[in-house]
Design a protein around this ligand. Structure first.
Ligand SMILES: [Zn+2]
Ligand SMILES: [Zn+2]
Length: 553
């Protein structure tokens, strides 16, 4: 009887970001993508959210490889954290590995990591699997769908993809190969990108953005241009550069990741921009506005990005002035809308003409819409289907689409983060769970627990009250205080009163608790917190953080 195959989902199912799954056979593991998620406003002070690698760390010795579908942060951004504890070679296209290497260099792990570049259509034995790397078109060059040839048949993971018949680099999603696998071996299980599963129709070709770029350049010939897009969107950068060069402009790159990614892409021959078309950003100020185009990071409104600094007048390199044209060639990731709007407002105040995807065709999605998802389903004809990469409603929508396309409802599983499924001779089924907790990273401070985050939310929304008392060892001995200090807590008229009442309440509570002469500081802290908490909640309906400090005299 052929061995069972398991798939564990560590992230990306029920949220956009931190994509990571593990495929297992005979006790051996292959990790599929290893991404981060960007924090939402409920995560104050958090820089990144990672999958929980605890389970993988425990099984570090069983990991035979890490395969990457493409170079976006939500697929490769967490490698520097996983590889601290799990050593395994990384497989991906040369461009994807170039981005991954940058990430690992920052984490000082690049020299101890084996990178295995794979070409379009190549097959590699990785652990127990024969893994096939199938070209797909996406908003970053050289994305792959992955076909795992397993003991239980082929598991096809679409990666992030769209069906672009006229992609900028001519590299289309290889539907023919997918169809061939479907008819030769059959596709046992399809896992497919659900990002745009709610959207009817087809995503437009990336090459259409080039046309509208040219139109915009043509109608602002005298203005300085600043175009912001994702630093990994090499095809977008190519089209912006082509339009700029066509209108006699030089190109300056702004933003660390923009410089790094463009360097990787040029080295691999994925970008064709002649050397002489570039000008260093340091010299950009000397160039006539009509002869310059700056291509910049910051299209998501990231606070420290080049564009954000320009909008607040803090950029070292450029100050945006009247008549400049700023193009946001992007779409805000959910959660970033507010930050992007703020940047656009800042730029408008400085007199710039701001052009964004809401008013001109300066962006196309990299993800398949319903028409394309149905096309993939009709070509792959999967026996079973699990939607991946999306918020819950996207997954649900995609699962309905699969049923409409003829996959039996019993063969369509809607999974969430942490779910494990098993493929056996008897069929597909849920098979338990692994931890899918959010792991929060706060800059150099390292991992932040959920407790810290809860405290931060309380501090942000309710404020803090600190009570300090000094205790004597004698019975009933409150010798000093209580002193009360509050921050981020309302101080309207009438609250003087509240402070006095709180002092009295604390005094009474401490006297009762310390009456027997052996005051236990922990118990005293508890009664103080309770006394203040009750009073404040009764009078103000607030629940500030209450910190009691007991000093023994
Ligand atoms: Zn992607
Ligand atoms: Zn993605």
């Amino acid at each position: 009887m052929p061995e069972r195959v398991k798939v564990s989902f560590l992230g990306g199912l029920g949220e956009i970001g931190r994509n990571c799954a593990v495929v297992e056979q005979g006790g051996r593991l292959v990790v599929l993508d290893c991404g981060v998620m960007f924090p939402n406003p409920e995560m104050p002070g958090v820089d990144l959210v990672l999958p929980d690698f605890g389970w993988l760390t425990e099984r570090a010795g069983d990991v035979d490889g890490i395969v990457l579908t493409h170079g976006h942060e939500d697929h490769v951004g967490a490698l520097g954290y996983l590889l601290r504890n799990v050593q395994a070679p990384i497989y991906g296209s040369p461009f994807t590995l170039g981005i991954a290497r940058n990430r690992l260099e920052e984490a000082n792990l690049a020299s101890s990591t084996t990178f295995v570049p794979v070409a379009d259509g190549e097959r590699r034995t990785i652990g127990p699997f024969d893994v096939e790397f199938i070209p797909v078109t996406h908003s970053v060059p050289y994305g792959f769908a992955l076909a795992f040839h397993t003991a239980q048949g082929v598991i096809l993971h679409s990666g992030d993809f769209k069906l672009d018949l006229n992609p900028v680099d001519g590299r289309r999603t290889d539907l023919a190969r997918i169809g061939q696998i479907a008819s030769d071996e059959g596709i046992r299980l399809l896992l497919a990108d659900s990002t745009n599963a709610e959207e009817p129709g087809y995503t437009g070709s990336e090459s259409t953005v080039g046309g509208s770029m040219r139109t915009i350049f043509a109608s602002h010939r005298e203005s300085r241009f600043i175009v912001a897009c994702f630093a990994s969107h090499i095809h977008r950068i190519q089209q912006v550069a082509d339009a700029a060069i066509m209108f006699g402009r030089q190109i300056a790159l702004l933003g660390r990741s923009m410089l790094k990614n463009v360097a990787v892409a040029r080295e691999l021959g994925l970008l064709s921009i002649p050397d002489h078309a570039f000008v260093e950003i340091e010299k950009a100020g000397d160039i006539e506005p009509g002869k310059l185009c700056v291509i910049s990071t910051g299209s998501q409104g990231e606070p420290m990005s080049a564009l954000s600094l320009m909008s607040s007048g803090e950029s070292r390199w450029l100050s945006v002035t009247e008549g400049d044209v700023v193009v946001l060639s992007s779409h805000a990731i959910p959660g970033n809308e507010w930050a992007v709007a703020k940047v656009m407002d800042g730029l408008s105040r400085k007199g710039a003409v701001v052009i964004h995807a809401g008013i001109a065709h300066v962006h196309e999605s990299g993800h398949a819409r319903q028409g394309e998802l149905s096309t993939l389903l009709s070509i792959a004809k999967p026996h079973s289907f699990i939607p991946v990469h999306g918020e819950y409603r996207h997954l649900l929508c995609h699962s309905r689409l699969a049923i409409e396309m003829g996959v039996p409802a019993t063969e369509v599983l809607v999974c969430e983060d942490g779910d494990v499924i098993t493929l056996g001779d008897e069929g597909i089924d849920y098979a338990g769970e692994v931890s899918s907790s959010y792991v929060f990273v706060d800059g150099l401070a390292g991992d932040v627990g959920t407790g810290v985050l809860r405290d931060r939310r309380v501090l942000a929304e309710e404020g803090i009250v600190v009570a300090v008392v000094t205790l004597d060892r004698k019975p009933g001995g409150l010798v000093g205080g209580p002193e009360l200090v509050s921050r981020a807590f309302p101080s309207e008229p009438g609250h003087e009163d509240l402070a006095q009442a709180a002092r009295t309440a604390v005094q009474k509570a401490v006297e009762v608790a310390a009456a027997d002469g052996s005051p236990d500081p922990d118990a005293i802290r508890r009664v103080i917190r309770r006394a203040i908490g009750r009073l404040v909640n009764d009078r103000t309906r607030r629940r500030p953080m209450i910190v009691a400090v007991v000093v023994e005299a």
